[in-house]
Design a protein around this ligand. Sequence first.
Ligand code: HEM
Length: 283
Amino acid sequence: MFIKVIIVLASVAIAILAFYLHQYQAAIMVDIAAGLPFASSLIQTIIHSRSEVTPSKANEVNDELITSEQLKRYGSSKTKGKLYLSILGQVFDVTKGKMHYGVGGGYSFFTGRDASRAFVTGDFTETGLSDDVLNLSPQELRALKKWHNFYEKEYKFVGKLIGRFYNNQGHKTPYLIKVEKIIQEAENTERESEAEKLKYPPCNTEWSASKGSRVWCSNKSGGISRDWIGVPRKLFLVGSPTPRCVCVRHPNESHSEESLLNDPRLEEYPGCHEDAISCAVKT
Ligand code: HEM
């Protein structure tokens, strides 16, 4: 336990250090963080959380069309002027971020091409810097879309890259339509699971050698602050082999006539009173 705490603290310290130092040398910090998953995910969350969902600006057909040859000229190794990169076939002017994208910057390899795939795999080798994204998972594609949203928000849209995502008329290719469909479905699933989490917040759990496991509800369990506590129940979800412990609003805490406790996916903990807010879990 003590060692775990030390590792976590060390990760946080390195992540914070990386956050400041990285402004000068991102690639080195990416390498360091690769060995420290906790630091890596923390830093990525801090930095990339700016990329929240915004509507696409480039859905109309008449936006400027750019060929891959033209785009190459805006790669950091080719130009001292403007720097462009493409993500999901949309080209952005990233010149103002030249500390990251210019020669010697930690992310210069993104310029002059569409390397969409590498935004989520972190594989910055020549093979990894690819625009082939269809075999990424729906969650990875969603993460890629967030990167795209980040560029829409932070940088100027320049045009559409003719290639995998847009044809020479500026229309979406069947490939892009497929990618967008998967992203849309992943977003719907995420929205549904967020809504489900508000309805059935996760319960608190603890385990000790002497007492075994206990699950209980409180008005902040599962990170969901609310004005009710609820009672613990097992929630069985399709596709999930084990039930999860959730807190269900008790009819006493609700103004509604209809009780959520009647949801057929819910089950009481054996040996626990139906109104109890805390249950010992028998294994
Ligand atoms: C999949 C892996 C990663 C990708 C694709 C990625 C990509 C990027 C990109 C494109 C930028 C420039 C953003 C901009 O235009 O402002 C950036 C900035 C940055 N990244 Fe990463 N990154 C990754 C992993 C990491 C990791 C593991 C660290 C941790 C050390 C890290 C630390 C940073 C820092 C500190 C900045 C500069 C933030 C700023 O100055 O605003 N990145 N990253």
